[in-house]
Write a protein that binds this ligand. Structure first.
Ligand code: ZN
Length: 116
C-alpha cells in the first residue's frame, strides 16, 4: 500500500491512520509534530510578491525625473531632450501610463506629457 501523503510504499503493518488518511510513519509523525506547520509556500510567496509590476527601467525613470524637474512637456521635446527617438519614447511611455506614473493631457491645445 502507499502513504497517501508522500506516496511512499509502506507495509500494511507500518501504516498509520490519521485524519482519515493512511500514511507512513514519517508523515504521521510530521502531522503529529506540526499540527499547524508553517506553510513554506506562504513564506515563499510573501517574499516573492511581484514588485516587478511597479519597477521602471532606466529610460522610464529618466522620463519621470525629467517631468519632475520640468513639469508638463510636449512629447517631441521630452524625447528630444532625453535623446530618444519618438518610437522608443512611445514604447517606454506605454508601461508608464499603464502604471499610472505618467499621463498625457492637453495644455493650450497641445498634447503634453505630465506626471500622473
Ligand atoms: Zn508518507
Amino acid at each position: 500500500m502507499k502513504c497517501q501523503k508522500c506516496g511512499a510504499e509502506i507495509n500494511a503493518d507500518e501504516a498509520m491512520e490519521a485524519r482519515g488518511q493512511t500514511m507512513c510513519e514519517d508523515c504521521y509523525i510530521d502531522l503529529a509534530a506540526k499540527p499547524k506547520a508553517c506553510d513554506p509556500w506562504a513564506v515563499y510567496s510573501a517574499k516573492n510578491l511581484p514588485s516587478s509590476g511597479s519597477t521602471v527601467n532606466e529610460q522610464q525613470s529618466a522620463i519621470i525625473n525629467y517631468l519632475k524637474k520640468n513639469g508638463p512637456t510636449p512629447p517631441e521635446k521630452l524625447a528630444a531632450d532625453l535623446g530618444m527617438r519618438m518610437d522608443d519614447f512611445e514604447r517606454e511611455m506605454a508601461p508608464l501610463r499603464h502604471m499610472e506614473k505618467v499621463g498625457a493631457r492637453l495644455q493650450e491645445g497641445r498634447k503634453v506629457i505630465c506626471l500622473w
